[in-house]
Ligand binder design. Sequence first.
Ligand code: GLN
Length: 198
Amino acid sequence: APTIGVLALQGDVREHLAALESSGAHGVTVRRPSELAQIDGLIIPGGESTTMSNLLGVFDLLEPLRVRLAEGLPAYGSCAGMILLASKILDTRPDARHLDCLDITVRRNAFGRQVDSFETDLDVIDIDGGPVRAVFIRAPWVERVGEHVEVLATVPHGPAAGRVVAVRQNSVLATSFHPEVTGDDRVHRLFVDMVRRS
Ligand code: GLN
């Protein structure tokens, strides 16, 4: 089974580890640069992207992680994780550093205050067995998609209809929503498959 790290600086690490185990991967926490050498893929969970960006600096992980990603380490970012992987971030602090390995522009907290959090059913490309229940918690959306980026899901209806909320570029996957909180491991299985193939 592939060993997949979950960046454990902040956020719902335990739920991601559980979803990895149920998807046939071995999940481990990552807090130190040395732990990056032992993983076949990495999940960056939700949380608060500017805080996580600070912590990446404090834990000396920013540069080592950039290097591993540039070498092709498969990665999956959910919510704040999507923001950290993106090449450009709108509505962030000017000094916030990020990983810049996914050719998208994201807008933080894009769905607005009135709809801080919401859930909807999404059809996701490459996920069979019916729609995925998507939980959005002060989520970003994707405003620009680079030419090598595949759109995997858009919001089906409501004020945000058509907004891009799941993307993939080579071995990097990102979702605006939190699949780890629903007990449905199909997004994690998609990522584990990407790790196996890479
Ligand atoms: N709003 C958060 C941020 O900008 C992301 C929220 C989340 O990860 N659930 O980082």
